[in-house]
Design a protein. Structure first.
Length: 274
């Protein structure tokens, strides 16, 4: 804010701020998510014919992304091309993130696909933002393929990559695809967490696959992944939908014990089928 105030003060005093001052102001706007101020500073730089760099546009686009202004972010991205300023991985990540925030999964996917041949411009964060954009819109298929395509780009999927893809499959009621992703997650020795496991159990619950839901609970216990109310609720619902009331009662007891003993579920009476 002080940097932006300095730019405004200099303009009011009839003084022209230099590129360093404007860049500092843009950086401050980006950190605070003040997209309107960021665009004003960028406008000042353009008016004063100060040289615009990749970092300059990155800060402005990131500000727009944080402010959920995906259209403004795309405008800045287009302006980079018109100004013949080379974009970086950070640029691409920021503009795709802005599209994700605006639920514009088609545009995010298009941007990713256009830049896919230029591997140097893409990293795990780029893939994760694109997968998340598709997942939030319930578009499980592109999210699923993006995850498996990461290997072709010599990228190792992160926990976020797996979690967002499993969640996308869960929203799309694709429990078998969610299991495929989960299996890949286990094989790659990625750290399991409650987010991925809960989404998978929820997918199984929607498909009335109570045996699978219990298998995931077993994996959680063996991997020492802490279960929570959502975990047990989804598993019990899966059992209830198939009239497996004894299993549901056993889970309820395990849930009550888990409040005091995280590993209690391992010692409980139910036995998921192999």
């Amino acid at each position: 804010d002080k940097a932006v105030y300095l730019v405004d003060t200099m303009l009011q005093a009839g003084m022209d701020p230099n590129a360093f001052t404007c860049s500092a102001a843009l950086s401050a706007c980006e950190k605070a998510g003040e997209w309107e101020k960021a665009l004003r500073v960028l406008s000042v730089m353009t008016h004063l014919k100060l040289q615009l760099h990749t970092i300059t546009f990155n800060a402005a686009i990131s500000s727009c992304a944080k402010g959920r202004q995906w259209e403004r972010a795309l405008d800045m991205f287009s302006a980079m091309g018109q100004s013949k300023v080379e974009f970086s991985t950070i640029t691409l990540n920021a503009v795709i993130s802005a599209c994700e925030q605006g639920s514009m999964w088609q545009i995010a996917l298009c941007l990713f696909s256009e830049q896919a041949p230029s591997i140097a411009k893409i990293d795990v964060t780029t893939s994760n933002a694109t997968i998340s954009s598709c997942g939030k819109a319930g578009e499980w298929e592109p999210a699923f393929h993006l995850l498996f395509d990461m290997a072709h780009c010599n990228m190792v999927p992160s926990v976020v990559s797996f979690n967002t893809t499993i969640s996308a499959c869960e929203k799309g009621r694709q429990w078998q695809k969610a299991l495929q992703v989960f299996s890949l997650m286990v094989r790659s020795r990625s750290s399991l967490d409650a987010i991925s496991c809960n989404a998978l159990i929820s997918a199984c619950e929607k498909a009335r696959k109570w045996e699978r839901a219990l298998e995931i609970l077993r994996v959680m216990a063996q991997s020492r992944v802490e279960s929570n109310t959502s975990t047990f609720s989804a598993a019990m619902s899966a059992c209830e939908k198939k009239d497996q009331w004894q299993q549901a009662l056993s889970l309820l007891a395990a849930m009550q014990e888990a409040d005091q003993e995280p590993a209690a579920i391992q010692n409980h009476s139910w036995e998921p089928p192999g």
